[in-house]
Design a protein around this ligand. Structure first.
Ligand SMILES: CC(C)(COP(=O)(O)OP(=O)(O)OC[C@H]1O[C@@H](n2cnc3c(N)ncnc32)[C@H](O)[C@@H]1OP(=O)(O)O)[C@@H](O)C(=O)NCCC(=O)NCCS
Length: 378
């Protein structure tokens, strides 16, 4: 079948059938396996959400405790991966370190190409558990701090906060990070998931799938936006400056970071949940950036919402992460710590019914050009 029309950014083009998650951009709706994101944020845990995304159903008590306990066995990094992290430049971006480490981690597992159910489960557990450990370890090592040995008695969010700071994690902070991870775990056919599915379709192994998806997530139009939101809020400086700053940005067609979405034409449901946590945390600590953010949202809504440009997940996530003590340049890696499970669910789904992605192009270059010898070229 020849389709000749080019759809920029593949907007509205379905590239796979998927039973993992669903977005309704007009109704501010996101569901994982049929369960609303609001319900999951209130009642689930990141570990339970991981199980459900990978296996398509909520686990029984035993299935969940086995899954979570098995996972904790895979937290430790090979000492050579720690050595690799030590060798990376401390000014390198944590997403670059994470992408390099995930690609390298795969090399330690000869079973990585084996598609039987047990090996698939192992690969998923290793990636879900090791990604947060890599993020925390790289951060400590680049600051000249000792690496902290992961603990098995904490959940993924708690162990991450523990390893990042070396201190006993606060239960409330752990739960908020757990909720953030639920909210970021999966989001239909976004750019990084598509990148991962393309790589999966070549039957590359899951470490390769995840490292490719990490590269896609790192860009400022995707997972990198949350870092930039805080920079923008700081640049605006006060709620009183918001209106003039936004008018300037709209006039010069500068994008407002944390706003707009290919699918949501109303507020992203994840942004509504994160806004509440951002407000609570900032009020308690006296962080004025929340007031600037709220004013930016108010003014931007007046100017842009009739064009369907509304706050997305990244508008408030950075504020929450900053309040949890997460360094700003680690925000996208924290997003990745959660999204790794979505990528893996899509990897499993893709290889279940695979055909390699091989789209086409419309050639617009020269045809049949003459080769001019180098001496005759001007
Ligand atoms: C998310 C995003 C990449 C979606 O891109 P997209 O679907 O290709 O939409 P476009 O970038 O083509 O935008 C369509 C129109 O809305 C405008 N627009 C989109 N997002 C905007 C924003 N954040 N601020 C101002 N204008 C925006 C574009 O300028 C464009 O206007 P035009 O038609 O007059 O040229 C885009 O909204 C964006 O860059 N947002 C900021 C980055 C961000 O927050 N990313 C995180 C996403 S979760």
């Amino acid at each position: 079948m020849a389709i000749t029309e080019i759809i920029p950014g593949l907007e509205g083009v379905p590239i796979a059938e998927s039973a993992i998650s669903r977005v309704d951009g007009q109704r501010s709706l996101l569901e994982y396996r049929g369960l609303s994101i609001e319900t999951l944020a209130e009642h689930s845990t990141f570990e339970e959400t991981c199980y459900m995304l990978l296996y398509g159903k909520l686990p029984t008590r035993t299935e969940l405790s086995d899954f979570a306990a098995d996972g904790t066995r895979h937290r430790r990094l090979k000492y050579r991966i720690v050595d690799l992290l030590k060798c990376l430049p401390e000014h390198g971006h944590p997403m670059e370190a994470l992408q390099a480490a995930v690609a390298a981690i795969g090399m330690f597992y000869p079973d990585r190409y084996n598609p039987n159910a047990a090996q698939k489960r192992l690969s998923c557990l290793r990636l879900i558990e090791k990604v947060p450990v890599v993020v925390a370890s790289f951060h400590r090592l680049r600051n000249g701090d000792d690496n902290v040995v992961p603990r098995r008695d904490l959940n993924i969010a708690g162990n991450f906060l523990y390893m990042l700071t070396g201190n006993e994690p606060d239960p409330q902070a752990t739960r908020i990070l757990d909720i953030c991870m639920i909210l970021h775990a999966e989001h239909t056919m976004n750019a990084s998931t598509f990148a991962g599915r393309v790589v999966a379709s070549t039957l590359a192994h899951p470490y390769c799938v995840v490292s490719s998806a990490l590269g896609a997530l790192s860009g400022p139009l995707h997972g990198g936006a949350n870092e930039q939101v805080l920079q923008m809020l700081e640049r605006i400086g006060s709620p009183e400056n918001a209106r003039a700053a936004l008018a300037r940005m709209v006039e010069t067609k500068e994008k407002i970071m944390g706003f707009g979405h290919r699918v949501y034409k109303t507020v992203d449901p994840r942004a509504k949940i994160l806004k509440k946590y951002a407000e609570d945390l900032c009020r308690r600590s006296g962080n004025k950036l929340y007031d600037i953010a709220a004013k930016v949202e108010e003014v931007a809504s007046e100017v842009l919402s009739d064009r369907g440009i509304c706050p997305n997940v990244d508008f408030y996530s950075g504020l929450v992460y900053a309040e949890l003590g997460i360094p700003r340049d680690c925000f996208t890696s924290v997003f990745a710590m959660a999204r790794v499970v979505g990528w893996l669910a899509h990897w499993l789904e893709q290889i279940e019914n695979n055909r390699i992605f091989r789209p086409t192009q419309r050639y617009v270059g020269k045809v049949g050009d003459a080769y001019v010898p180098i001496a005759d070229r001007r």
